[in-house]
Design a protein around this ligand. Structure first.
Ligand SMILES: Nc1ncnc2c1ncn2[C@@H]1O[C@H](COP(=O)(O)OP(=O)(O)OP(=O)(O)O)[C@@H](O)[C@H]1O
Length: 311
């Protein structure tokens, strides 16, 4: 790493005006975003929206049609590759070898000593609950167990930048939490993490900032709160006397039945002003509970029609 202070404030990943055509098909139109050092960044989008393509272009696997894709101020280079861990969407390890042999082999490729790699691997396998499998051939493990080994191989040299394409795909909830803890530990140890996921629970738990990709452009970009703000934000649950709530410019009534109403606050409307308005209008309110629109709701709003088409 450079010793000049200004570089540390530069983003670790910088993508500007990225365009990617495959033949006559444009997959990415004009995509720009940064990933700051030390953050966990959620790279979100529906199936086929171009996430893997962007990662491949960032890693020099694809040549971009136009635009800038930089890691640490430069296009991808073998040197940058040494400080990077990439868990690709399509997993692939040498399946005829034992778990420990595969892990030590990759550890050595990444510059660890054999003993160091063996020690690290054993500790990791214990942590992810497959310590007793170290001598088993990889193809005798379940899909989830193989994925755990591959994640281990990806993080074993404590990379500065971790790029994880759906790291918890196919895991049960207990193992998903375990993997989330491991990813969080990487961040705590100083890694910058770029993560593709379709699990909004993971985004809410792990990600500092996100981008939502649709039709080759960013539909939203910022912290989870900023994205929630951008998508209209606040839903209010109101229990009242059973009549109909009055109409108001401060909210939209999503439903109102048998004394329970759901309101969507208008942009910029303050929930406490909505409550005051209801009370002033003589509505007996027994519960008033404003909540932010969940990322799940936002995802469905952005991609709903398109995902159904794909189904
Ligand atoms: N090498 C290629 N040649 C032609 N088209 C490609 C190529 N790679 C990707 N595509 C197309 O680009 C689009 C985006 O694919 P990509 O794999 O980047 O999507 P994704 O967002 O990662 O999707 P998913 O969530 O399903 O993994 C798809 O329509 C895909 O068919």
């Amino acid at each position: 790493m450079s010793e000049q202070t200004p570089t540390t404030t530069e983003p670790l990943v910088h993508i500007a005006n990225f365009r990617m055509d495959f033949g006559r098909t444009t997959v990415i139109r004009d995509l720009s975003f940064d990933i700051r050092r030390g953050e966990t960044f959620g790279f979100l989008g529906s199936n086929g929206s171009g996430k893997t393509t962007t990662i491949r272009a960032l890693l020099g696997i694809y040549q971009p049609t136009a635009g800038v894709l930089h890691i640490d101020g430069r296009p991808f280079s073998p040197e940058a590759g040494e400080r990077l861990g990439y868990l690709p969407e399509e997993r692939g390890l040498y399946k005829k070898e034992s778990v420990i042999d595969v892990m030590v082999y990759f550890g050595r490729l990444k510059g660890l000593g054999a003993e160091q790699a063996r020690r690290w691997s054993r500790e990791y396998l214990e942590r992810v609950g497959i310590g007793e499998k170290e001598k088993v051939r990889l193809d005798k493990l379940s899909g989830g167990q193989q994925q755990k080994v591959q994640l281990g191989v990806t993080i074993m040299n404590e990379p500065e930048l971790l790029i994880l394409d759906e790291p918890t795909k196919g895991f049960d909830p207990v193992n998903r939490r375990l993997l989330m803890d491991i990813i969080d530990d990487q961040k705590r140890a100083g890694s910058t993490v770029m993560m593709v996921t379709h699990q909004m629970e993971e985004v809410e738990r792990l990600c500092d900032r996100v981008i939502l990709l649709k039709d080759g452009v960013a539909r939203a970009y910022g912290t989870v709160e900023e994205v929630q703000e951008q998508f209209g934000g606040t839903i209010v649950q109101v229990d009242h006397d059973g009549g109909r709530l009055p109409d108001s410019a401060a909210y939209r009534i999503l439903s109102d039945e048998a004394g329970h109403a759901e309101l969507e606050a208008a942009e910029g409307a303050d929930p406490s002003a909505i409550l005051r308005g209801l009370v002033d209008a003589g509505v007996p309110v027994s519960r008033f509970s404003p909540t932010r629109k969940s990322l799940d709701d936002i995802f469905v709003e952005v991609y709903g029609a398109e995902s159904r088409e794909e189904d």
